[in-house]
Design a protein around this ligand. Structure first.
Ligand SMILES: C[S@@+](CC[C@H](N)C(=O)[O-])C[C@H]1O[C@@H](n2cnc3c(N)ncnc32)[C@H](O)[C@@H]1O
Length: 280
């Protein structure tokens, strides 16, 4: 098993080599848009009309740009410099520079450059927390995200789901079921790289909820971002060719994506929490 430092390097290397794929990931087609659209759908009602937002692990800046367009004062943080360079160019191209306060290189595990209660909301979307392999570092990252949020503000974190990745192995990598990797992911959630993806911790929903159990925040939403569409990419692409059929499917998606069974099986799981008012 590689050390925590080696895992960080592998993750950085992976995202350095996939900047453009990451930029396209959330908007490639109607099915890929589910993660972005469902996140924004659930997040928007919890955001104030204006204010400061930290996009931690924001990668090439999709959410930073989208929320800057909506008038928020954004700070983008990521540990991969190639993503930040790319984000800087996209922010300029989108003409939202005046809404972006800072673009900084750093880790979600240590947000000490930011004062307590300095943001109205802190986001950590699309899996940055899944790339933190040490359990105590995940606890630290969640503590940091909550620390920098004002009392009454929100934190929104989405991670990669464990049950969904086990099903993916049956579909795409059945030979992995024959070796210890499958059981390792099933039993611990952790994968240390070497088989096609970068090191990653895959979450059960209850594990994600437990990270926020410390009494400083209450859970507002738990959402399966791809919901019933998870691992049904080809079928969903076919359905999306029929606009009315897709509209009705999206209705079903939004009605079912908070059902506990659907959350558990989703590719990405989003939690939105509100920091208690009495915490300073
Ligand atoms: C799947 S991308 C998500 C990017 C963006 N939030 C989105 O949803 O499009 C994961 C990002 O997390 C970043 N990341 C991974 N571990 C991190 C850490 N410990 N601190 C900060 N960023 C991290 C990677 O550099 C990468 O840009």
């Amino acid at each position: 098993m590689p050390s925590a430092f080696a895992c960080v390097d592998l993750v950085k290397e992976f995202y350095t080599d996939s900047v453009r794929q990451e930029w396209r990931r959330l908007v490639k087609d109607p099915v890929r848009r589910l993660e972005l659209d469902t996140t924004l759908h659930f997040l928007a009602p919890y955001l104030p009309a204006d204010g400061a937002i930290l996009d931690a692990g924001g990668g090439p800046g999709r959410y930073t740009i989208e929320l800057a367009r909506r008038g928020y004062a954004m700070t983008l943080l990521d540990m991969t410099p190639a993503n930040l360079d790319f984000a800087q160019r996209q922010i300029k191209r989108a003409k939202v520079q005046q809404q972006v306060r800072a673009i900084v290189e750093g880790s979600i595990v240590d947000l000490s450059r930011f004062a307590d209660a300095s943001f109205d909301a802190a986001l950590c979307l699309g899996g940055p927390l899944s790339h933190v392999l040490e359990a105590e570092d995940r606890v630290r990252a969640v503590g940091e995200l909550l620390r920098v949020v004002k009392p009454g503000g929100v934190a929104a974190v989405s991670v990669m789901g464990r049950l969904s990745v086990l099903a993916l192995e049956l579909d795409l990598f059945p030979e992995e079921i024959d070796n210890s990797l499958h059981a390792q992911i099933r039993d611990s959630g952790s994968y240390y790289g070497g088989s096609g993806f970068t090191p990653c911790h895959f979450f059960l929903p209850e594990e994600l909820v437990a990270l926020f159990d410390g009494g400083t925040a209450r859970v507002e939403e738990l959402v399966g971002l791809e919901g019933l569409t998870s691992r049904l990419y080809k079928a969903a692409i076919r359905a999306a060719r029929h606009p009315e059929r897709w509209r009705r499917w999206l209705e079903t998606h939004y009605q079912t994506c908070t059902h506990p069974a659907v959350v558990g099986l989703s590719e990405h799981i989003l939690i939105i929490v509100r920091k208690e008012e009495h915490i300073t």
